[in-house]
Ligand binder design. Sequence first.
Ligand code: GDP
Ligand code: IMO
Ligand code: MG
Length: 432
Amino acid sequence: MPGTCVVGLQWGDEAKGKIVDLLGHDCDIVVRYNGGANAGHTVVVNGKAFKLSLLPTGVIRPGVISVIGNGVVVYPPRFLEEVDSLAQGGIDVTGNLFVSDHAHIIFPYHIEEERLLESGSEGKIGTTGRGIGPCYQDKVGRRFGIRMGELLNEAHLRERLRFIVPFKNRLLTAFANGHGPSVRSFDSETIAEEYLGYAQRLKPFVRDTSRLLQDALAAGKRLIFEAAQGSLLDVDHGTYPYVTSSSSLPSGIWGGAGVPAKFITRIIGVVKAYTTRVGQGPFPTELTDGPDGIGERIRRVGREYGTVTGRPRRVGWFDAVAVRYTATLSGADEITLMLLDVLSGLTELKICTAYELDGQQLTHFPSDAYQLERCQPIYETLPGWREDITGIRKWADLPTAARRYVERIRELVGLKVSVVSVGPDREQTIMV
Ligand code: GDP
Ligand code: IMO
Ligand code: MG
């Protein structure tokens, strides 16, 4: 089993972090290959919560190497903040954490550009405001992107910023022109000083990580690829334009880590027992039943507030049409069903088995956001259970209705359910 990928099959926050952590005892290297500090992965070990945005979840496992691949966009102050906060908690990552010299860097003008674009009422995506999209635009556009390796060359960095920053200032003024908030203006020398300071501390972490990973595979090491975001936020296959700017599907691994697909021998699709989404975009099974409704209850019990932005997550029923689509796209071999405990106490549970669009029944997922917007969910109703299941550790001990709910999801998605999670802690896990 050289390479396992852990990928979210919904709109993110499926509890991928918990699954990566569980597999961590049996692996040598954990790799992030997409996204940046827009992710928020919480892992709970013996009641202690670790919150990671940019660093791979592997960093909390002693002896595991963590790698930030070339496909990730890195905001250096955030990287150093997470390293420092781990050190304060007694976890020293020196020598255990590496970041690709090809990873692109987020600068303050990226964050400002996003703030301006997101502050208008039109074209809003509801992003995390971390500069992710503008940084990927510069990467693909080639003229203004700066990579980690370039940060370590002082003269080169100064020269690049002298060329880029005046252009960015003009661009930002144009974005804000006439309407919207006042614009920040940047000075290339100030940014250079700030980032050269970060470079001093980042230097020991920067590596040719593709080679590191290829050497590791040749030496028989076991790798876990930790996707950020969810498959429905994938830039190509998600609900575009309400997506993130990277490939969150396993297809992102080859490009984002430099590891050929043939090494990925196991793909684990992570799903919540219901659905959540943060930001704009269509969500057919969304529960909008008000402050006393089921949606608000699930949000409260599941603590459905964004790790990165604190925004309340939108909440809805499990959408089997969407998950069938992403399970197929991702090539998932199995699914892990998370946060089942959050549904305890509900009298009835609904699962979306098809959509209705213009009087027709649709059993496939239209990834076109504008078409999906018009889809109405068709539900199947199952009985709920009253018991608290957070202390259960064996499949056979789950209430009959809970088992039936999991079985039905297995049938509808067409994949085995290998894990059922009944609480945030490592221990609160049922191996099926
Ligand atoms: P990720 O981004 O996919 O890693 O997921 P997040 O960490 O953003 O969100 C998942 C949240 O659910 C975290 O706060 C976890 O600690 C928590 N969690 C994970 N599994 C369970 C579970 O089975 N039950 C409950 N109640 N919480 C869980
Ligand atoms: P994890 O890894 C949930 C969402 C944002 C927004 C859209 C684009 O914790 O599952 P961006 O800042 O990426 O340009 O925002 O994507 N989004 C996430 N939603 N979980 C995430 O990561 C997310 N990362 C981005 O809310 O709708
Ligand atoms: Mg998250």
